[in-house]
Design a protein around this ligand. Structure first.
Ligand SMILES: CC1(C)S[C@@H]2[C@H](NC(=O)CCCC[C@H](NC(=O)C[NH3+])C(=O)[O-])C(=O)N2[C@H]1C(=O)[O-]
Length: 347
């Protein structure tokens, strides 16, 4: 069935609410079968007051997880990786349980504890402690293994950044290259994503970008400019930089089957239910909207930036919505409304 027309007034209202709730700026870009809608509200930079633009680059946080998964599924297509092999088959001795498979890791069912829970228990001091730090993947895995596993391998869904740090180790082991090279050669170059960069451990965002502002835990305390950071605590779990255009192209291409075989895409779309409206596949979220439409993509929350990047199953309509703040649950929830406006139309 044809999708309802996008509700651009609804999208505008979502962005206005996000700013009213504390985001300095918010943007949305919708690419719908060749027609592009661009909406903005507020500023990219609180000091200069420059208005935010849908052309601005930003940190995409865990949307990075889909990029890491695409690389690994391409390696599966090349028979260089098997999803149901134990991680330890490729990285001997890395994990304390040989039963943890690549599929468990990519679907957040490994049980590996998420070290970021402790790292950011206090949002500002936790961030300031790591914003310039450079971690190795193995240091991050070691932080996770200091804590017990949350579930037996495959027994439950439990979101953990550790899983996609393991994914980064797998990519580097199997390709013999840094993850940035694999992203460039396998995704960024072929799709011509000229706004998409993996610059870790550099802290600067290339070209024109929106500054990102971390909301402190204490109500009323001033926002913290979080723009300059290594994102080394996340790397293959969250350190990519991109734009609304590039993410719309990426998820559109993914869902159109342009990045891997149909068999592998079907594996990516085997979903574990997370809650009444969300399910998780392999590095991919499915969100079931009120109008019965399901959309496929990922969300991101990295210091200073919230992102929703989702497409229809056929990749024909893609939306990227961003607010340049984080640690603000009201804004994160409000931004989810952009999916309803974009894919369900006027309610
Ligand atoms: C599940 C999420 C939302 S959280 C996960 C990942 N981001 C992180 O794990 C960073 C958490 C700290 C971010 C920080 N929060 C705090 O410090 C809270 N004390 C802030 O908001 O700036 C990402 O991105 N994912 C989102 C996803 O996948 O949708």
């Amino acid at each position: 069935a044809a999708l309802p027309a996008p509700d651009t007034a609804g999208l505008t209202a979502v962005l206005r609410s996000a700013v009213a709730q504390g985001a300095p700026g918010a943007l949305a870009r919708l690419d719908d079968h060749g027609t592009t809608y661009r909406l903005t509200r507020g500023v990219a930079d609180r000091t200069t007051g420059r208005p935010i633009s849908t052309e601005d680059r930003f940190r995409i946080g865990s949307v990075t997880k889909t990029f890491s998964t695409v690389v690994l599924l391409q390696l599966a297509d090349e028979h260089r990786l098997a999803l149901d092999e134990p991680v330890n088959h490729y990285l001997p001795g890395l994990l304390p349980d040989d039963r943890i498979t690549v599929r468990h890791v990519l679907s957040h069912r490994s049980g590996l504890y998420d070290y970021s829970n402790d790292m950011f228990a206090n949002s500002v001091s936790g961030f300031e402690a790591v914003r310039k730090k450079v971690f190795t993947y193995r240091q991050l895995v070691a932080l996770s293994l200091e804590k017990p596993r949350t579930n037996a391998p495959g027994a439950a869904y439990a979101y953990s950044n550790t899983n996609f740090v393991v994914a980064g180790l797998l990519i580097e082991k199997l390709t013999g290259q840094p993850v940035g090279t694999a992203y460039q050669n396998r995704i960024i170059g072929p799709l011509k994503l000229t706004d998409t960069f993996y610059v870790h451990p550099d802290t600067a965002i290339p070209g024109r970008y929106a500054r990102g502002y971390l909301t402190p835990d204490t109500a009323g305390a001033p926002l913290v400019d979080a723009t300059a950071q290594t994102v080394s605590w996340a790397q293959s779990a969250g350190a990519l930089i991109s734009s609304a255009h590039d993410l719309d192209v990426f998820y559109g291409a993914l869902l159109k089957g342009k990045l891997m075989s149909a068999a592998r895409l079907a594996e990516m779309e085997r979903f574990t239910k997370v809650n009444s409206t969300t399910a998780y596949g392999l590095g991919l979220r499915r969100r079931d909207l009120t109008c019965g439409v399901s959309v496929y993509g990922h969300t991101g929350a990295v210091q200073g930036y919230y992102t929703y990047a989702f497409s229809t199953k056929d990749g024909g309509r893609s939306l990227t919505a961003v607010a340049n703040t984080s640690n603000n649950g009201k804004v994160l929830d409000t931004l989810a409304g952009a999916l309803e406006s974009a894919f369900c139309g006027k309610q």
